[in-house]
Design a binder for this molecule. Structure first.
Ligand SMILES: [Zn+2]
Length: 466
């Protein structure tokens, strides 16, 4: 569809009556009452449905989402079912059995020996649900040449033999396993159906970022994408940008603080803020200390910030360090967090309202495929904070859905900053809902998304407009 569209009767502001919106040449060309249709445009009756700027997901892993589609999802399986599915699995195109969603609490500890007892014929790799760890059986380790490989993430026993645990080794795995990168088309289509027009790809490795950039250039992925990997220098493209540099302060092995300071300084010298993965209290303290020594740069941010007490929130606010959080992880795993953390940390888990009260700029995101990519589920999770068992995790941390929505409307390079607006001359990156906003936010649901536009092109809902 050419994208010359007249949307009749949309809600822009709850207190004003419906207006018409003309989309032309990729921008919002006109807003007003009773615009006269032109001969070359589609006219769509919108019946007072809200028209919003397209939603931004401030932390996502696109290539991993695509790879997950070609994997065995074991997250809902019992240990017995996991065992039999690995035993009976067939290899994918690259000769591997690839499984995702392994959970150490549900499935118990896994290593090479356990996996071998299930399947010692095919190379098998199983990803931990956090994305930080892969478990590999002996045929897999052999195929990877893990015995002699130099990668730091290859855990070894005292005799120097790989245990089958590979920590944060995605880039290395991709290189050694090889094969065709998965298509991002289905991922882009799914996000468009959810109303997502902007994404920040938080994958630190340049290989994955390259796959994503190529997909945007080939128009396989319609969204605007900000990449956060090292060495990201995309040739100019209207839908690609380079964001803060993603740094990982891993939970299993804290980095040397001098090393972290050095990496922050180098990023800042290149003009890039940093986005530091921090899950534990210690990781956050280390990151703040390192940022203090390196000196801050506007745009520096902390990813996840899963444990932050009041003092930490004040420190973040004073330094204008933003936080990009993931409310759906509370909805998916809140009970595990509750049980696994030190009881003293429970009040400080996945805070949102408390960070805002302290003056921190916060935006929600999905961390898909490790969290739920649905932003409407994210709005529900942020306002309810219900765990799978129905417990409210941190009642004081709940925020109204419209506040979480504002974070999703903030620009990719300013998460938690001023929301983008629908205004004449602005790019037509838009979501049209089937009802007024207030009604939609009463029970946020992706079903309310009627159409999605990026650069004025309809990327979801053409059947409705046509
Ligand atoms: Zn992530």
């Amino acid at each position: 569809m050419s994208g010359e569209v007249l949307l009749r009767g949309v809600e822009l502001h709850p207190r004003q009556g419906p207006v018409d919106c003309r989309i032309r040449r990729g921008v919002v060309a006109e807003l007003g009452r009773r615009l006269r249709p032109r001969s070359d445009e589609f006219v769509a009756r919108c019946d007072g449905g809200a028209l919003l700027p397209g939603l931004a997901d401030h932390h996502i892993h696109l290539a991993a989402m695509a790879a997950q589609r070609a994997s065995l999802d074991v997250s809902a399986l019992s240990r017995e079912a996991l065992e039999s599915s690995i035993a009976q699995a067939v290899a994918g195109e690259d000769g591997w059995v690839r499984a995702v969603g392994y959970d150490d609490v549900v499935h118990g500890d896994l290593d090479r020996t356990v996996l071998d007892s299930w399947n010692r014929v095919l190379p098998v790799r199983v990803q931990h649900r956090s994305g930080a760890l892969w478990l590999v059986n002996s045929p897999g380790l052999e195929r990877l040449g893990a015995l002699s490989a130099a990668h730091d993430g290859i855990e070894r026993d005292t005799a120097g033999r790989p245990t089958g645990r590979l920590w944060r080794a995605d880039a290395w795995l991709r290189e050694v396993v090889g094969g065709r990168p998965p298509s991002l088309r289905a991922v882009g289509t799914r996000l468009a159906a959810l109303g997502v027009t902007h994404v920040a790809d938080a994958t630190p490795d340049g290989g994955a970022a390259g796959v994503v950039q190529a997909a945007v250039r080939r128009a396989e992925l319609p969204q605007r994408v900000m990449v956060m990997a090292a060495g990201s220098d995309p040739p100019p493209h209207p839908r690609l940008s380079v964001g803060p540099l993603k740094l990982v302060v891993a939970d299993h092995a804290l980095p040397d603080v001098d090393d972290l300071v050095g990496r922050i300084r180098r990023a800042h010298a290149d003009g890039r803020p940093v986005a530091v993965h921090c899950v534990t209290r210690t990781a956050l303290a280390l990151t703040v200390a390192a940022l203090d020594r390196a000196g801050g740069l506007d745009g520096d941010r902390v990813e996840h910030c899963a444990v932050a007490d009041r003092a930490a929130a004040d420190e973040l606010a004073a330094r204008r360090i933003r936080v990009v959080t993931q409310p759906t992880l509370v909805a998916l795993r809140g009970d595990d967090y509750w049980e696994r953390v030190d009881p003293g940390d429970r009040a400080d888990l996945w805070r949102y309202a408390g960070l805002l009260r302290a003056g921190v700029r916060v935006a929600a995101s999905s961390d898909a495929p490790y969290g739920d990519p649905d932003p409407w589920a994210c709005l529900r999770a942020a306002s309810e904070r219900l765990t799978p068992s129905g417990r409210v995790l941190g009642a004081d941390e709940r925020i109204p859905a419209e506040v979480a929505l504002r974070g999703m409307l903030s620009p990719l390079d300013d998460p938690g900053g001023l929301a983008r607006r629908v205004a004449v001359g602005r790019p037509a990156d838009l979501v049209l809902l089937d009802r007024p906003l207030r009604e939609a936010l009463r029970a946020p649901d992706a079903d309310h998304v009627r159409a999605t536009f990026i650069e004025g092109r309809i990327v979801h809902g053409a059947q409705y407009l046509g």
